[in-house]
Design a protein around this ligand. Sequence first.
Ligand code: AMP
Ligand code: ZN
Length: 109
Amino acid sequence: MSDCIFCKIAAGDVPSKKIYEDDDVFAFHDIRPIAPVHFMIIPKRHVASLAECGPEHQDVLGRIMLLVPRLAAEHGLEQGFKVGVNTGPAGGQEVFHLHVHVFGHPARA
Ligand code: AMP
Ligand code: ZN
């Protein structure tokens, strides 16, 4: 999707604060964090939302979900975190490239 901001971020064409990347998945800090730690995990291949996913997305969705606790722990959220997937206009979705929000407060050292 040539006009999709998250496709451009995943391709490295728009700068982001990247925290993880592999062949199929990209993760970066949210530009307007709602918690001290707030990042998003996205599939590199464009899909507009969770509601647009089909069986062909099962693998990447599973890998994104397994990345959630790993990246959360790497950012100090080993005591817990929240996960959100805003879906559709009535779900508060603003960017129509599927993204999984992960946010929380790091445990005190
Ligand atoms: P939503 O679609 O409601 O889940 O929200 C989209 C999220 O993407 C918001 O939390 C924005 O702060 C975030 N966002 C939008 N543009 C960028 C960007 N260029 N870099 C990082 N985060 C972004
Ligand atoms: Zn996209």
